[in-house]
Design a protein around this ligand. Structure first.
Ligand SMILES: Nc1ncnc2c1ncn2[C@@H]1O[C@H](COP(=O)(O)OP(=O)(O)OP(=O)(O)O)[C@@H](O)[C@H]1O
Ligand SMILES: [Mg+2]
Length: 255
């Protein structure tokens, strides 16, 4: 097998005295979708935030492509540490539960902010890319709208386009539809499904089981700070562990 694009090994994180991640391990090949699920508080968001180094893990390795940080033995030199962390962070783009768009900027302004300000790309190039991305998420023509003028589903699609605008290797999506009214969920999941078909590598936290089954190459069930069960989409239809069964029963009953 070729080297996986993503490698997470021994990821550990405590908040105060409370261990949240106790050694999370997984790998994912380029072009695959990994679905992460598990009960509230099981650490799903912390896994994604650790991969994007919005959270600094206490121990463990995160590698995306050639950028790797071993949090168990961070370089002592501050400048080296920051450079390595920045390199890892630039490999992934994050889509949050609620979109976190800049309210005072237009849709286009939101999309080019990262590429131009952070990555130093020429503005005309960033604008051209942004227009293409907006078309891809079904929002061509809405360049000049403000976030407040858009529906929740449209805002979230801008959030997705904004993550893609950074040209990451991996897109990390944290419950991208859980803050939406039910009638808006489908349009956002449709966009995520398209991205998956186009070959984007994604790690998605979602409790949309049917959607997960359609897109995922791999399922990780997180419980007690570790991956308690893993496998193909079959984990969703034929779970082996009692905790996974209970969890899926609860999720499906809630629909
Ligand atoms: N910054 C923080 N400071 C203190 N505790 C935190 C922090 N972030 C997360 N936690 C705690 O860590 C645990 C795991 O949180 P996390 O958000 O990763 O869970 P989750 O699986 O994403 O849950 P949910 O399904 O509710 O989103 C929770 O108990 C949470 O309260
Ligand atoms: Mg969460």
């Amino acid at each position: 097998m070729s080297t996986p694009l993503i490698e997470v090994h021994g990821l550990a994180k405590s908040f105060g005295e409370t261990p949240v991640l106790r050694g999370v391990d997984f790998t994912a090949a380029s072009g695959t979708a990994t679905v992460l699920l598990g009960p509230s508080g099981s650490g799903k968001t912390t896994v994604l935030r650790s991969m994007n180094v919005l959270e600094t893990p206490d121990a463990g390795l995160v590698r995306i492509g050639e950028a790797a940080v071993d949090f168990s033995s961070l370089p002592g030199d501050k400048a080296t540490r920051r450079r390595k962390i920045r390199a890892l962070r630039s490999r992934s783009g994050m889509v949050f539960q609620s979109h976190h768009l800049f309210p005072h900027k237009t849709v286009l302004g939101n999309l080019i902010e990262g590429p131009v300000q952070v990555q130093g790309r020429p503005e005309d190039e960033a604008v051209a890319d942004a227009r293409q991305l907006l078309e891809q998420v079904g929002l061509a023509g809405r360049e000049d709208a403000r976030p407040a003028d858009l529906s929740g589903g449209q805002q979230q699609r801008v959030g997705i386009a904004r993550a893609l605008a950074l040209k990451p290797d991996v897109v990390l999506l944290d419950e991208p539809t859980s803050a939406l009214d039910p009638e808006l969920v489908g349009e956002v999941l449709g966009v995520v499904r398209d991205l998956s078909q186009q070959g984007w590598t994604m790690v998605i936290v979602t409790h949309e089981v049917r959607f997960a089954r359609d897109v995922c190459d791999q399922v990780l069930f997180l419980d007690g700070g570790v991956v308690a069960e893993r496998g193909s989409a079959e984990v969703l239809t034929d779970p082996q562990h009692e905790r996974t069964k209970q969890f899926l029963r609860r999720v499906l009953e809630a629909r």
